[in-house]
Design a protein around this ligand. Structure first.
Ligand code: ATP
Length: 548
């Protein structure tokens, strides 16, 4: 049961993953356990068991955070069994003195930095400080069951689970029990998008029936917690699929982590290649249904208006550069929708009637699909950037009343002569106060989400997102502290934080280019972006935005 070398063990983060068909026996599932990167703690109870143990032992001890050391079956002299192939194990025992020292160092390891990106499930999509990427970085969850062949204190993770958790064999992880919300209905997922391009085992072109595969997954995994980024390995019609969760939306507050239920709508994606998806519902299900508790989202008194209809639109408002457009684009893309992004001012035309025509043309393909295909129409998404330019309060403009005509036309198009059930509208604005209230009525932009400036934790997440590639390629100097940078950038928007990273990289590149020659003189392997590059970039970006 060999320990990994110290350096490797340090770099190993938390372990987690989807349960795959071999590691979960639904009858014995104990419920999800959260694996999180915490400093190791000594065992609190010698009777704490994770493997080969009874339900109750698991329940009574699972609250303890335990240090674990990964091993594999071969090391333990075990053969792969038919029912538990490819299982590696993580064994638990009291930490040695040197491991406790590691634990003290652990928080500064690159693995920890990477995992700090993880956050507990957001309480609301309306949280203005959460980036879409940050929504994808939840603590991984896994459902554990007792397995007789494991020794006391061991847990088993398959390859997909280790990959998702960036966990190596022999690495230490800590595990703690995860308590889902008591209201399980609100913890159910309403929508799940799975990307199948991770299915490496598929050698020849395969046709996958989306409807049947969806039913199979729901039968098999109903009641399991699914998280964004997770890879679920499963065998269907003799083919092993690795399904990566690219989008998951919960019933309550659009929490992206929740139970797969028989009512969860599943959409599949696969890059053009070996997997051809057929029988996919051409129109992904509505992302927002009456199952959402609108009151808890801060929208009172509209539930009875919305009934079971889909929400038609969302208004994203707040200061510039904090990801409004990005959120809209990501959601639209992941929903596999036909997306049109238009900037409000680009629709405006001084020639009489041209603006109205532009608006009409925008809606034409959507109306056509709705009339022709009805329920089978693909989902269309229109993203209106700078919406205030075309949705300004009526009665304010002096002169021709041109703006009022356009607002009326836009409202008419959104309502549709035939209700447009195939349309989802995102409108973004920095000036919520300028928008005509009529747009905010039910059936139009029913949900308003304020996306404000990021707070400290959100700034750290955003910086981590934008430095992830640098970190991965070892281009970040060891002295760079994202945490410090987050402290230094109070009041910066997401776009400004992205600018800080770009500017720091640019400064580091400059150092490696010979003056006057524009020739790279550095050593690619030794290229590092330094803490001082970031510090200078913070000031530079502030100056650019007139904030210094
Ligand atoms: N929360 C965030 N997480 C990660 N990156 C972000 C975030 N917010 C902004 N960014 C970065 O800033 C860029 C600009 O963001 P985006 O255009 O979506 O902001 P916006 O709120 O729509 O701004 P505007 O009101 O000016 O249109 C994004 O493409 C992204 O790179």
């Amino acid at each position: 049961m060999g320990l990994l070398p110290e350096s490797k063990a340090q770099g190993t983060g938390p372990v987690l993953g989807a349960s795959d068909e071999h590691s979960v026996d639904p009858a014995r599932v104990m419920g999800p356990v959260q694996v999180a990167p915490r400093p190791m703690e000594p065992l609190s109870s010698p009777s704490a068991h994770y493997a080969g143990d009874s339900h109750s032992a698991m329940r009574t001890t699972a609250l303890t955070t335990l240090p674990l050391v990964a091993t594999n079956r071969a090391e333990r002299g075990e053969r792969k069994s038919k029912f538990h192939p490819k299982i590696s194990t993580v064994s638990r025992r009291p930490p040695s003195g040197s491991e406790l020292k590691d634990a003290a160092r652990f928080p500064s390891s690159s693995a920890t930095r990477r995992w700090r990106r993880g956050t507990p499930p957001p309480t609301s999509m309306a949280d203005p400080r959460r980036s879409p990427e940050s929504l994808l970085c939840l603590w991984p969850l896994i459902a554990f069951k007792p397995l007789d062949s494991l020794r006391t204190g061991e847990i088993a993770l398959n390859g997909s689970q280790r990959k998702w958790a960036a966990a190596n064999l022999g690495g230490r992880v800590t595990v703690s029990r995860y308590q889902p919300p008591a209201d399980t209905a609100s913890f159910n997922l309403v929508f799940l998008a799975l990307d199948l391009t991770t299915s490496l085992t598929i050698r020849k072109a395969t046709e996958l029936k989306a409807d049947e595969f969806g039913r199979y997954l729901k039968n098999r995994y109903s009641g399991q917690v699914i998280s964004p980024g997770q890879i679920v390995s499963t065998r269907f019609e003799n083919i092993k699929y690795a399904c990566r969760v690219t989008l998951s939306i919960g019933a309550d507050h659009m929490n992206p982590q929740g139970f797969l239920s028989r009512d969860t709508n599943i959409a599949f994606e696969a890059a053009a290649g070996r997997i051809k998806i057929v029988n996919q519902d051409p129109r992904p299900p509505p992302i927002i249904k009456d199952t959402i508790d609108l009151k808890r989202m801060g929208i009172g008194g509209l539930s009875h208006h919305i009934g079971i209809r889909n929400v038609r639109g969302m208004l994203l408002f707040g200061p510039p550069g904090n990801g409004k457009t990005m959120i809209a684009r990501k959601v639209a893309n992941l929903l596999n929708a036909k997306v049109q992004t238009v900037s409000g001012p680009s629709l405006l035309d001084p020639y009489f009637g041209t603006t109205e025509r532009n608006v009409r043309e925008l809606f034409e393909p959507i109306i056509k699909d709705q009339v022709k295909l009805g329920e089978k129409s693909p989902l269309h998404v229109i993203i209106f950037d700078e919406f205030d330019a075309i949705a300004m309060k009526r009665g304010r403009s002096s002169g021709s009343g041109h703006t009022d005509i356009m607002v009326n036309q836009l409202l008419t198009m959104m309502d549709g002569l035939t209700p447009l059930d195939n349309l989802l509208v995102f409108a973004t604005t920095n000036r919520r106060d300028l928008i005509d209230e009529a747009f905010l009525r039910p059936g139009r932009l029913e949900i308003e989400i304020e996306i404000g400036l990021p707070d400290l934790a959100a700034r750290q997440e955003i910086l981590e997102i934008h430095t992830a590639k640098l970190l991965e390629n070892h281009y970040l100097d060891g002295d760079v502290s994202i945490e410090n940078l987050a402290h230094r950038t109070d009041g910066y928007s997401g776009a400004m934080l992205e600018g800080v990273v770009k500017s720091a990289v640019s400064a580091a590149l400059q150092r490696n280019i010979a003056p006057n020659h524009l020739v790279w003189t550095g050593d690619y392997n030794a290229f590092k972006v330094l803490e001082s590059d970031f510090v200078a970039a913070v000031t530079e970006v502030a100056r650019e935005h007139g904030n210094d």
